[in-house]
Design a protein around this ligand. Structure first.
Ligand SMILES: Nc1nc2c(ncn2[C@@H]2O[C@H](COP(=O)(O)OP(=O)(O)OP(=O)(O)O)[C@@H](O)[C@H]2O)c(=O)[nH]1
Length: 202
């Protein structure tokens, strides 16, 4: 399975840190503020898979648009990772706004539901915590997605869990789309019934 993962969130919440931790197991401290598209092969369930991870900045245009901010990005993405910092209330508000904007964009453009996870990063800074875990959990519940609190600085395995959780959801969504019969499937099953009748009556 190949997958495109779009990482969204306010500045300085640790988007690059999470991606670099996942891809290299390392936390290097400073990442610059460039926009990056990372392509990486991982072995999951014994199979090689290609992941494209887009570290997308939160632009002026995103901030001014309530609805269509993500149109092109949503078209590209198979899964979304929305990140805030537990020490930064404004970054949590950005994720709430993104959830709303994604919902509206999907409704307006008739997109399929895109698998998504919400991540509260910088868990190691619990003494500076401003956003309660409960608030993150409630937001994820309202967005019908999974919620994680992690520290890109402290813990590789929890970051790995975030990406694997999202990849599982992407895989599940592909299976459920395949299960829908679609028009071809319906025609196929109807002709199977008619053919059986015809052969039965011979
Ligand atoms: N204590 C702590 N610091 C972190 C953690 N994750 C990232 N940081 C720090 O937070 C700062 C911002 O991290 P980045 O990964 O550059 O954040 P970003 O969201 O990609 O930021 P932009 O490039 O501005 O969009 C850096 O100084 C990181 O070292 C974390 O889990 N804990």
């Amino acid at each position: 399975m190949d997958a495109n993962i779009l990482v969204l969130g306010a500045d300085n919440v640790g988007k690059s840190a999470l991606i670099v931790r996942f891809l290299t197991r390392r936390f290097i401290g400073e990442y610059g503020d460039l926009e990056f598209l990372y392509t990486h092969s991982v072995i999951m369930d014994g199979r090689e898979q290609t992941l494209n991870v887009w570290d997308a900045p939160y632009t002026q245009q995103d901030q001014s648009s309530e609805t269509m901010l993500c149109e092109k990005r949503l078209q590209w993405a198979d899964g979304l990772l929305l990140v805030y910092s537990i020490c930064d209330r404004a970054s949590f508000n950005v994720v709430s706004k993104l959830v709303q904007a994604i919902k509206t964009t999907k409704q307006l453009l008739g997109f399929e539901k895109i698998p998504m996870v919400i991540v509260g990063n910088k868990r190691d800074l619990h003494h500076q915590r401003i956003v309660l875990s409960e608030e993150g959990r409630m937001l994820a519940l309202s967005a019908d997605c999974q919620f994680y609190e992690v520290s890109a600085a402290d813990n590789y395995h929890s970051v790995l869990g975030v990406f694997h959780g999202l990849l599982d959801r992407i895989r599940e969504s592909r299976v459920s789309v395949k299960k829908l019969p679609g028009i071809k499937g319906i025609v196929k099953s109807m002709s199977a019934v008619f053919n059986r009748r015809r052969t039965d009556s011979l």
